[in-house]
Design a protein around this ligand. Structure first.
Ligand code: FE2
Length: 428
């Protein structure tokens, strides 16, 4: 007898009327019209069942701290970093853990069951590292939290930066991070990329570096990152995050750069909500969008994912852990409004992000974890359009969150009594 049988599901790839059979927390069969006895049967009614959402770029040590000790008035990245520097000495581990756990509750409710979070390693006490390692342990039953050692103040620029980062890795932090554009010079930035990739290669770690998060068209750290990934044999194990300067780069240079990134197997993460907010702040008009060249990277064969980056912190006052909101902003900023473009934006917060994190057991194939989301939408395009309600969120075959369907009651003469914003489809 099966533990769970989900019927009449539509899958992200367009297959409809599909059944998903679950046993011992794993998907054992996916087929049309499957009938088998199960302890629990759920009729999806033609709605979309997707693998859970994945956020490959977040800062959980800062989340939900908006207004502490003040808000970012200029809205720039640099004031955000300065503000975080004011907040850091005031941080208490208990409060940080409490905020992070509250955010993880929001995430699970939104079907977001895997997060890669950077954690600041600049402070010699490693208070935030210890706190997020504790959060990782606490949420493990319901959320995969992967941590990146992130030297926010510059691994070379801040005293003890290299030692603090290595100690964070010793404690169990999973991924090597960096911030080359915040080092003192372009040369120091390049040196930091080389050093950090070597540390990752020695220790068998993945790399995820904040890279060229500026409007500077001459910032070249993604080029160095791609070079080091290739030199050290880190194909498929390295990610460049943000890469906003690519928006402002010369087109000829980008035509050389894109194949280099693709050949090195470096993934790129854009953070649409934050890139559209922080970048272009020094412009008058026209104002640059700042997000990296998403469709062009995808067309070149680069794995591109979207991250949330920030929720209610020194850099960004909005957000609720909703990766469909991230995809929604991403397709607007990148003008990826074709059907294929919108579906690619859905992939950017699901399968592509899972690839960045090297998540095992991700997907809707037999053998994958039964960790998926039933959405109040009929396909990925509708899911993004509506930022659709996550009716049920499953983790290893068990429901971990439920939200009632979003339906507006209407009181209009001669009209239907309710709407859920899903138009009647042609032929139906
Ligand atoms: Fe970031």
């Amino acid at each position: 007898m099966l533990d769970l049988l989900l019927t009449h599901a539509t899958l992200p790839d367009g297959r409809s009327d599909m059944s998903i059979a679950v046993q011992d927390g794993r998907i054992i069969e996916v087929a049309a019209g499957l009938a088998a006895p199960a302890h629990e049967t759920l009729d999806a009614g033609g709605l979309l069942v997707s693998p859970h959402f994945v956020d490959p770029h977040f800062h959980m040590d800062a989340t939900l701290s908006y207004g502490l000790p003040r808000v970012n008035e200029s809205g720039t990245l640099l004031e955000g970093i300065a503000l975080w520097g004011e907040l850091k000495p005031l941080l208490k581990a208990e409060a940080l853990i409490e905020r992070a756990l509250a955010y993880c509750d929001w995430a699970v409710a939104k079907g977001l069951l895997a997060i890669r979070s950077h954690v600041d390693t600049s402070d010699a006490s490693l208070l935030a590292v210890d706190a997020l390692l504790e959060v990782k342990r606490l949420v493990a039953p319901y959320l995969d939290l992967q941590l990146v050692a992130f030297p926010q103040d510059g691994v070379l620029r801040s005293p003890g930066g290299v030692d603090n980062l290595k100690r964070a890795l010793d404690k169990g932090v999973d991924v090597v991070g960096g911030i080359p554009h915040f080092e003192r010079t372009m040369a120091d930035g390049a040196a930091s990329v080389k050093l950090l990739c070597e540390i990752a290669a020695e220790r068998g770690k993945l790399v995820d570096m904040h890279c060229d998060e500026s409007d500077d068209p001459l910032s070249r750290h993604i080029e160095t990152l791609a070079f080091e990934a290739q030199r050290l044999g880190l194909h498929g194990r390295v990610t460049g995050s943000h890469c906003t300067s690519m928006h402002s780069m010369d087109n000829y240079y980008v035509s050389k750069l894109l194949p280099l990134i693709a050949q090195s197997g470096v993934s790129v993460i854009a953070n649409p909500l934050i890139n559209i907010t922080l970048q272009g702040r020094h412009d008058t008009y026209p104002k640059r969008r700042g997000m990296t060249r998403v469709p062009e990277l995808m067309a070149a064969g680069v794995n591109v994912a979207f991250g949330h980056d920030c929720v209610m912190d020194p850099w960004y006052g909005m957000g609720s852990g909703d990766m469909l909101e991230v995809a929604h902003m991403g397709l607007h900023v990148a003008q990826m409004t074709s059907q294929a473009g919108i579906r690619s934006c859905f992939d950017a917060v699901t399968a592509n992000a899972a690839k960045v994190m090297h998540l095992d057991g991700y997907g809707l194939e037999p053998g994958c974890d039964a960790s998926f989301v039933l959405l109040q939408a009929r396909d990925p395009v509708e899911a993004i359009r509506l930022r659709a309600t996550r009716l049920k969120v499953f983790r290893l075959g068990k429901v971990v969150a439920e939200t009632p369907a979003a339906t507006a009651a209407l009181h209009l003469p001669g009209r239907a009594p309710a709407t859920s914003f899903m138009p009647v489809r042609a032929g139906k």
